[in-house]
Design a protein around this ligand. Structure first.
Ligand code: HH2
Length: 286
């Protein structure tokens, strides 16, 4: 059976996800993100980086201004918005690909949507801010809902599951139901199991080994492994910048399991890996 193609409506036209894996490029406007904090604080440098990721083949640019790394304290909403307001309108004018905003704050997303952003990427699956479902309903925007156990400040203290994949699946079903109650159709939703968000090394590995089970939910999947600490643990690489080769192994693995969207820092490397893997597959032969 051929893999489905999902069409998410955005103001820039439909974002088509599947059958091939595509890449979402990460743009962090933060001083403290775990791997690239401080590199794109200057709005001009941030825009240049986004354009370079688009040129390298990113299908989506994911912009964040509040780090969610383990233990992080949230920045005040005014500061998060200040960082985004300096960049989002320029990106909206200059990018051809859609822009997602990595925020769990409803007011931040509402304003960024007004400024031209297309999708929400919420690491709390629209749970941390009670206003988020209503804002999603009002904007009509598609959303990436990520699973997280707890909240960033405490999520890595003692994550616990009996069956991590089943429990994330149940949480996704609950999130879709809850949003449907606000008039947000599941047709606009992408699901992400949240690698590293309230998960141990074993939990992260189980999610990646069994990632195909999430296809049963009937929605496109996004996965973010890029430079994360489980790779550091496997490879004994304390510095995130030394984890790009490990990231590429997950890129190829996730493609072979039909994951539609891969959230990465190094877009060029991921697109190269996906292109080579596609040519090696019978289905991809031209
Ligand atoms: N990971 C991070 C942030 N947002 N969103 C989704 N949907 N999935 C993820 O895996 C994910 C995410 C963490 O990575 P990064 O943005 O590089 O770091 P920080 O949160 O420190 O800014």
């Amino acid at each position: 059976m051929s893999a489905p193609v999902f069409r998410l409506p955005t103001r820039r036209g439909p974002l088509e996800l599947g059958p091939e894996s595509q890449v979402a490029g990460i743009l962090n406007l933060t001083p403290d993100s775990f791997s690239d904090g401080g590199r794109h604080l200057d709005p001009e440098a941030a825009v240049a980086h986004a354009l370079a990721m688009e040129a390298a083949g990113a299908a989506l640019i994911d912009v964040g201004a509040c780090s969610t790394r383990p233990g992080a304290e949230a920045v005040p909403p005014a500061e998060e918005l200040r960082r985004l307001e300096a960049v989002v309108p320029v990106l909206a004018a200059r990018l051809r690909v859609p822009i997602s905003i990595d925020t769990w704050r409803a007011e931040v997303f509402r304003r960024c949507h007004e400024l031209g952003a297309d999708l929400l990427n919420d690491v709390s699956a629209a749970r941390l801010d009670p206003e988020m479902p209503a804002v999603l309903a009002a904007t009509g925007a598609p959303a990436i809902l990520m699973h997280m156990q707890g909240e960033p400040r405490t999520m890595q203290v003692a994550p616990r599951y009996d069956d991590v994949v089943a429990e994330i699946g149940a949480a996704f079903a609950q999130a879709l139901d809850r949003l449907a109650g606000f008039g947000v159709s599941c047709d606009r939703i992408v699901l992400d199991p949240g690698i590293g968000f309230g998960k141990t090394l074993e939990h992260n590995l189980a999610i990646l080994r069994r990632i195909e089970e999430f296809h049963a939910l009937g929605r496109p999947l996004m996965v973010g492994t890029s430079r994360k600490s489980f790779l550091g643990q496997l490879l004994d690489r304390p510095h995130p910048a030394d984890r790009d080769h490990g990231t590429l192994a997950t890129t190829v693995w996730l493609r072979s399991r039909g994951v539609q969207l891969l959230r990465v820092h190094d877009v060029r490397a991921a697109v190269d890996a996906l292109t080579v893997a596609r040519h090696l597959d019978n289905e991809g032969r031209s």
